[in-house]
Design a protein around this ligand. Structure first.
Ligand SMILES: [Zn+2]
Length: 311
């Protein structure tokens, strides 16, 4: 029963992503980050605030780098070999230091499917234990089925799964030479395999998909109460700039907004789902309660189908 539920939820998730892809194609045509990586702080660069959530543009996911005296650490690898190759050339426009570490903030395809291209630079792939486990379980099947996510064969040409080879349970530090990087496991939250990347010297944090700013978040794989606690924990950190998984450079206020959104969504969705199993009725109720953001109907519907309907 649990497996069936999980299967149904996964199927709903796939349908949601496909629907989201169609919406993305309808509403966005601009490519993003053509200007390359944006300097966020000394030694920290990232793609941020993608213009357009096209699947082939990683659904607008951010990815970035931390540059120390001796080497570079990369945070997330985008959705395809093609984008990862462009990422490497954008990295080379910033620095010619060796790319020594590649960190996956979590296992979702828009953050990991460029891994094999980054691995070609000789970098070591790092993630949480659960991220590797989830990738081993899901990534090959997802790669075979990328059409369901709105991705064409051309988009995915040359893309191969590459798994993290260094994992850690709770916390790990990297020294890039005059630049310390802290990897902190934050499960459960957006997924059970998420981590954040903290650069204390720059008071900057890569939050992965624990933070969506200005987007309706994908929350169907999430643990909402634990996610709220994770947002509180990040708020207590000595951080000024936060790079979200999707959206513009953010601040602690955006953490509060994210928590309020999640709490409101979960309470309202549960309340509505207790009365009806009609997804359209639940969607109507949620749309009235939630802040207006792009592509609301489709994104909210995906979360309803993936998490709140009785199957
Ligand atoms: Zn994600």
């Amino acid at each position: 029963m649990k497996n069936l539920k999980a299967f149904e939820a996964r199927r709903a998730g796939l349908l949601f992503v496909a629907a989201m892809a169609i919406v993305a194609v309808l509403f966005h045509s601009a490519a993003y980050a053509e200007g390359g990586l944006v300097k966020i702080a000394d030694g920290v660069y990232s793609y941020v605030d993608a213009k357009g959530g096209l699947p082939a543009n990683s659904f607008g996911a951010n990815a970035g780098i931390i540059v120390g005296r001796d080497s570079i650490a990369v945070v997330d690898t985008l959705i395809s070999a093609k984008l990862a190759r462009r990422f490497v050339s954008d990295i080379r426009a910033v620095s010619d230091k060796p790319i020594r570490y590649v960190i996956n903030t979590h296992s979702h395809l828009d953050h990991t499917f460029g891994n094999s291209e980054l691995a070609k630079t000789g970098a070591i792939l790092i993630s949480s234990e659960n991220c590797r486990i989830n990738m081993k379980k899901n990534s090959e099947a997802v790669l075979k089925n990328t059409a369901a996510y709105g991705l064409t064969a051309q988009d995915m040409e040359g893309t191969a799964i590459a798994y993290p080879t260094v994992m850690f349970p709770d916390r790990m530090s990297l020294d890039l030479g005059d630049m310390r990087v802290e990897l902190i496991s934050v499960a459960e939250s957006h997924t059970d395999d998420s981590l954040i990347v903290y650069v204390p010297g720059a008071k900057t944090l890569f939050a992965g998909d624990i933070l969506f700013t200005g987007y309706h978040p994908y929350l169907a794989d999430g643990d909402i109460p634990a996610w709220g606690k994770s947002l509180d924990a990040i708020k207590a950190m000595d951080v000024e700039k936060i790079i979200p998984g999707h959206g513009p450079v953010s601040t602690k206020k955006d953490l509060d907004d994210m928590k309020s959104y999640l709490t409101l969504f979960d309470a309202k969705a549960r309340e509505l789902a207790a009365k009806t199993n009609n997804a359209d009725v639940i969607l109507d109720g949620l749309k009235k309660a939630l802040p207006a953001r792009p592509e609301g109907a489709m994104l909210i519907m995906g979360n309803i189908k993936g998490k709140y309907l009785r199957h």
